[in-house]
Design a protein around this ligand. Structure first.
Ligand code: C2E
Ligand code: CA
Ligand code: CA
Length: 807
């Protein structure tokens, strides 16, 4: 009896034997694959077309000639069959080798001539010649196709002249009628080479697109500059691989003159670059043509005569000097490849900028740029760390505010003010111990964290700080006297770090209230007194409830025809004493104190209600409303509910609401992102605001279900003069096109900016050029003069994106 194990063993052994020597079972599989690959369509449009014409030629040969020979009963059938066999072999060989060398053309010419002589009817031969020329035209240049056509024509003409002279054969065939095939040969060569050209161009374009797409995907989420360069060069190598003869050389003009930074594979980088190359590069484009020495050096590097185009690059880091791509190809640089390289350069500029901002922000996240002290975030983090898990340990915080700093700024200018801040920073260091943390936490506000320091010791340090700061400061143009008010707060054990900082802050205000240059230690009755900022914060917290928030609207406009495609809601605070306040003066405070929650919901309700009203009054008009949302609002899990409530109460469809998230204040919590996805799934659209200013730039797009990016106004402001700003905009447009995002440019103020943006493919814009933010009435009267996009166009233009991230 055979056990299960035994029964299974032979199978395993068989398999091993197969993989070494090959058994019948596997051989059959392999044979099947060979047959399939011989008969099956290969991938790629060029190869598929060649396959099609190869099949056509072979089939015509078999179907038209052989039956004619056999049925026609020609006594010269052996010659025809021989010629057919030669053609068949030559074509299959050419197809498999993917080329059509001159020798094969000669063989074809002789065999076709033979077929023409021996075949019973000239009509049949004409079809074979037609198919043969079409097929062969798929290889090599158009010139080769016409040379081949001339060769075949010559062969037929030779037959017409020579055949009647062969003894015993004069007049055997009516060979003279063969010349009727000549127009067919020319026609086939023309059609074939034209078709081959356009099919190759299409495949080339698809390959280039693929390369850029892959690179774009890899660049998303890459912030390391070296990694970005590496990704770019992999893509450039690939572009040159799919574009015959294309080479790219990156040249930098630094302090030591010109140097080659990198080049695509195969380029022999010259040790020394000719002197006239730099002036050629400066002249731009194909200017190398006018510098023979430069041209010769580049040709030598590329290994043969090339045409050269020069693309100036916008390097994010200009300290390395100016840079260029030199793109070369034999005869002429194909426009599609040049566009691809230009596109690549723009995407790389965008990624490099992203990387630079990322690097700066990583440093900025901890250091105050003006003084080199720690900044507020680093200070708060240090206080929190200090308080963590310690019991019964005294920690003190000093809050230091300069008295009359504003006067120094006003009288001596901002530069003097900045110098003064640096001097104060130095004096803070001198007045404290090396282990203490000095920070600048606002305009003229400093703080010091004194670890393991009692209230009494902290007061002594505070006094030293007051004395140090009050020593006259000699600036380049003046000597100034300032003083400092210092608040001291001390806690014992792990108290809430915010409370500690808040108390030092209150004490500082109390010190200031008593006059300049004083120290005040925190006492609990200070909590009952109200410095002005406390009043401001309290008013702000109540502003939403008191109906003091006002919304202004600014239209988003189509750059091509100036019609309105959406509106953005921008909040203002009608302050009872200070008048109408812009968001810049209170949004940050609201975020810090948490008032943003109530403000955000009140504004959202107002925006959605207004939109629903004009929607109701103008049913043929669809204007989505863009609402700014602070990242902090998303940390609150009731926000999504509030959005749904507001939409339902106002009766506004979800796709008329676009939530704008400022990219620099990145949504980092995973729950917030989950909430965003849920809202997006309900139809609400997401826009990324101020795009390009935050370090998250490209990475953000991967995690957020966004449909819109808004290019920050700083790029628009610079686009007409600054090549880097332009490159960033072009890069954003290319990337947005690829992943299906709408692009809106912000802050368009001048007609030339609009024209440039339009030419760069930005379809929507916003800015003072069209309309500054207005109260509802102002917006409606502006709209009345310019009917917004309506009806069928609306659906196409306004809601072109079905949410990509459904539940
Ligand atoms: P944002 O979202 O980038 O809004 C665009 C800002 O650019 C607005 O400033 C607008 O008045 C201004 N602007 C429009 N066109 C032009 C132009 O052509 N040139 C220039 N230079 N500026 C232009 P605004 O109204 O002061 O708002 C400032 C920021 O406050 C907004 O920037 C937004 O981040 C925030 N914000 C406004 N409303 C809200 C809100 O309801 N909630 C939250 N969380 N933030 C808001
Ligand atoms: Ca906005
Ligand atoms: Ca913005």
């Amino acid at each position: 009896m055979v056990s299960v194990a035994e029964r299974r063993t032979p199978g395993v052994l068989d398999h091993r034997r197969d993989s070494r020597g090959g058994s019948t079972a596997l051989d059959l599989g392999r044979a099947g694959r060979v047959v399939r690959s011989a008969l099956g369509e290969p991938p790629g449009i060029v190869e598929r077309t060649r396959w099609l014409f190869a099949m056509l030629a072979v089939t015509v040969l078999e179907l038209v000639v052989l039956p004619a020979v056999v049925l026609g009963g020609s006594d010269e059938w052996a010659g025809a069959v021989g010629a057919t066999a030669v053609l068949w072999t030559s074509w299959v060989f050419g197809y498999r080798r993917r080329r059509s060398p001159m020798l094969m053309d000669l063989v074809d010419a002789v065999a076709l001539a033979g077929l023409a002589v021996f075949a019973p009817t000239n009509g049949a031969v004409t079809w074979v010649i037609f198919a043969a020329v079409l097929f062969r035209s798929q290889y090599g240049s158009a010139q080769r196709s016409f040379a081949r056509a001339a060769l075949f024509t010559g062969a037929l003409s030779a037959i017409v002249v020579l055949w009647p002279m062969v003894p015993g054969h004069g007049g055997t065939s009516a060979v003279s009628s063969l010349l009727t095939s000549v127009p067919v040969i020319l026609l086939a060569a023309m059609i074939g080479s034209h078709l081959a050209g356009s099919v190759r161009a299409r495949e080339h374009l698809a390959l280039l697109e693929g390369v850029l797409g892959t690179m774009g995907a890899r660049l998303l989420g890459t912030t390391d500059a070296d990694a970005i360069r590496e990704i770019a060069w992999v893509a450039l190598d690939r572009i040159s691989e799919v574009t015959p003869g294309l080479v790219v050389i990156k040249i930098t003009a630094g302090a030591d003159g010109l140097s080659v930074e990198h080049a695509t594979s195969g380029v022999v980088v010259p040790a020394v670059l000719p002197a006239d190359l730099e002036s050629a590069l400066e002249r731009g484009d194909s200017a190398c043509d006018r510098s023979p020495e430069a041209h010769a050096a580049l040709d030598a590097a590329a290994g043969g005569p090339h045409a050269w185009v020069c693309l100036p690059l916008a390097e994010a880091n200009q300290t390395v000097g100016r840079t260029w791509f030199l793109v070369g190809a034999p005869n002429r640089v194909p426009p599609a490849a040049l566009t691809a390289v230009r596109n690549l350069a723009n995407q790389v500029t965008l990624a490099m900028r992203n990387s630079a901002v990322h690097r700066d922000l990583t440093v900025l996240a901890e250091v105050d740029g003006a003084t080199g002290l720690a900044n507020r975030a680093a200070f708060d983090a240090a206080v929190a760390r200090d308080q963590q898990g310690v019991a019964l340990r005294e920690t003190s915080v000093l809050f230091v505010d300069l008295d009359d700093f504003k006067d120094v700024n006003d009288v001596h200018g901002h530069r003097a003010g900045d110098d003064l801040l640096r001097v104060v920073a130095d004096r803070l260091h001198e007045a404290t111990r090396p282990g203490d943390l000095c920070a600048r936490i606002g305009g003229d506000e400093f703080a010091v964290l004194l670890g393991r320091t009692s209230a009494a010791a902290a007061s002594a340090v505070a006094q030293r700080v007051v004395e140090a700061v009050s020593t006259p400061v000699t600036l380049p143009d003046a000597t100034v006297n300032v003083s400092a008010s210092v608040g001291v707060a001390t806690v014992v054990g792990g108290d809430d770090p915010e409370t500690l900082v808040h108390r030092a802050d209150l004490a500082m205000y109390a010190a200031k209230a008593q006059g300049k240059g004083r120290v005040q230690v925190f006492e609990s009755d200070l909590l009952d007194r109200d410095p002005s900022w406390v009043v401001f914060e309290r008013d702000l917290a109540a502003a939403a409830g008191n109906g003091q928030l006002v919304v202004h609207y600014q239209p988003v406009v189509s750059t091509s025809d100036g019609r309105c495609t959406a509106v953005e809601a921008l909040v203002r605070w009608q302050h009872p004493r200070r008048g109408l306040l812009q968001p810049g003066t209170f949004i940050e405070v609201a975020e810090r104190t948490g008032a943003i929650g109530s403000i955000g919901v009140a504004v959202l309700r107002q925006d959605v209600t207004d939109t629903a009203t004009w929607q109701h009054d103008h049913p043929r008009t669809v204007l989505p409303v863009h609402v700014n949302v602070s990242a902090l609002q998303l940390d609150d899990d009731t926000f999504a509910l509030a959005v749904a409530d507001c939409l339902r109460d106002a009766g506004l469809p979800a796709d008329r609401l676009v939530l704008e998230l400022t990219e620099s204040r990145l949504i980092s919590s995973p729950q917030a992102i989950v909430r965003l996805h849920a809202m997006a799934a309900s139809g609400v659209q997401i826009a990324i605001d101020d795009f390009g200013t935050g370090y998250a730039s490209l990475t953000t797009l991967r995690t957020l279900p966004a449909q819109v990016v808004k290019i920050d106004k700083s790029f628009v402001a610079g686009c007409t003069t600054n090549i880097e700003d332009r490159a960033v905009i072009e890069g954003v447009v290319a990337m947005a096109d690829r992943i299906g995002l709408r692009v809106i440019a912000e802050g368009v103020e001048r007609p030339e900016q609009r024209a440039l943006l339009l030419s760069m493919g930005v379809r929507e814009a916003q800015g003072f050029l069209y309309l500054s933010p207005q109260p509802v009435a102002g917006l409606l009267s502006w709209l009345a003069e310019r009917p917004p996009v309506a009806d069928a166009r609306v659906d196409r233009i306004l809601i072109p994106f079905t949410p990509r991230h459904s539940a």
